[in-house]
Design a protein around this ligand. Structure first.
Ligand code: NIG
Ligand code: FE
Length: 426
């Protein structure tokens, strides 16, 4: 006896194990007219709708031809922060560049002030609120960074909040320590000392098991390549796998550094060089692309996803959800931007928000896939097929989200509308 059976699934997406690199990203394993059942939070049976009548389950759900996929994985968010930055919108409209706002003490530094002020309880409540919305968009696993503290107390406060939210269990949240996210004004003339302070924190974070990864913002006016290498080495010596915000605005060579250091992921990569792309392709580092950030910063040049995939790199997609450069929890919107602005195919996009995203946060064994024995993290979508989601943009197509077999979000309306079926091309 299974706990739940979903039958009449029009398309069931069963991604292959990742990381899927280059050509392999073009293949998406889709099973039509399928059914799936789970027990004790794990996928226990996958078959055809025809044979589903022999399956006994306590609850039977008729998908009426709709799409079912693994729960989405968002491998790059800045989930925990105080305040908000809507006042910066006018500066953006006036053409003030992102790095200039930061240089003047705004941007990340204004969120740092607000995060220092916020109590752990306030950050928890706010995090819970965002998480519910993230789940509503079909995400069942995500990464969350610190980086709005830039001091011991506030960085640990952020990481404790992530730990607490993860323990509450609605979604799996993988924590990343991003202490070197900006240089506090009082260290402006001595960034090396600030970096040393952040390095000194690593031991405690490791001992308390507060982060799986470390991350650094390698950018003009923030941290240099040499400083990033120093931080990554120190992290690795303590057993952390590393991530890097690389080549987001200027082409500094952070992409090459990520490959050189064997980083688990290199993120942003808008200005990655040809050499960087080559290095990525021959490395195990996953390129985490964030087209929502390019869109929100009002830029025209997106990360060279096509070149990366065509060169053989593994690409994942993420929201970069944060209060400044990408204020959205909606990974479906990111899927549309990936299609429209980076020319990724629907198959590549689905692999990028499932298996490859899970590889970017070391969760390839448990997230982003549906196999017998894998977690029953899945989404029933109110759409007829997987191509429909990047196509119909800016809205939420989720009907129901399950995490470990438990319903974590469901659309209020209970009616099943008739889904437009595309005309079949013969
Ligand atoms: O990934 N680029 C650096 N950090 C974040 C932005 C954080 C912020 O603006 O608050 C990013 O875009
Ligand atoms: Fe980021």
């Amino acid at each position: 006896m299974y706990d739940t059976l979903i039958k009449n699934i029009g398309q069931l997406i069963l991604p292959k194990k990742g990381p899927l690199k280059g050509e392999a990203m073009k293949q998406l394993h889709v099973r039509e007219q399928a059914a799936l059942a789970w027990k004790n939070g794990k996928v226990a049976w996958i078959g055809d709708t025809k044979t589903a009548s022999q399956i006994e389950a306590k609850e039977v759900i008729d998908a009426h031809g709709r799409l079912v996929t693994p729960g989405l994985v968002d491998p790059h968010t800045h989930l925990i922060f105080g305040g908000s930055r809507e006042e910066e919108l006018a500066l953006k409209q006036a053409g003030v560049p992102y790095l200039e706002i930061l240089e003047k003490g705004g941007g990340i530094l204004s969120t740092v002030k607000a995060t220092k002020k916020a109590t752990e309880e306030e950050l928890l409540k706010k995090g819970r609120f965002f998480l519910e919305r993230i789940a509503s968009y079909g995400v069942t696993t995500l990464e969350a960074k610190s980086g709005y503290g830039l001091d011991k107390e506030t960085e640990l406060k952020q990481l404790n909040v992530v730990k607490h939210l993860n323990e509450e269990g609605a979604l799996d949240i993988i924590p990343t320590f991003l202490g070197p996210h900006a240089i506090p004004p009082e260290y402006k003339s001595d960034p090396e000392s600030f970096l040393s302070e952040m390095i000194a924190l690593l031991e405690e974070i490791s001992r308390k098991d507060l982060a799986a990864f470390t991350d650094i913002f390698c950018e003009t006016g923030v941290f240099t390549i040499e400083q990033s290498r120093r931080f990554m080495k120190a992290s690795q010596e303590l057993g952390f796998r590393t991530k890097i915000h690389a080549d987001e605005i200027d082409s500094l060579g952070g992409t090459e550094l990520a490959a050189e250091m064997g980083a688990i992921s290199a993120d942003h990569l808008v200005a990655a060089s040809d050499q960087g792309i080559k290095d990525l392709a021959s490395s195990e580092t996953v390129a985490v692309l964030l087209p929502g950030t390019t869109f929100y910063l009002g830029k025209d040049t997106y990360a060279p996803a096509r070149k990366m995939i065509d060169s053989g790199a593994a690409v994942a997609l993420a929201t970069d959800f944060n209060p400044g450069s990408c204020v959205t929890e909606n990974l479906q919107m990111i899927m549309s931007l990936a299609a429209l602005k980076m020319k990724m195919t629907p198959e590549e996009i689905w692999n990028a928000v499932t298996v490859n995203a899970s590889c970017a946060i070391g969760k390839e064994e448990t997230a982003g896939q549906l196999e017998i024995g894998s977690l029953a993290d899945l989404v029933l979508w109110d759409v007829p097929n997987y191509k429909y989601i990047p196509y119909h943009f800016g809205t939420n197509h989720v009907n129901t989200v399950w995490k470990r077999g438990e319903k974590v979000w469901e659309r209020g309306e209970s009616y099943v509308f008739s889904i437009p079926q595309p005309e079949r091309q013969s």
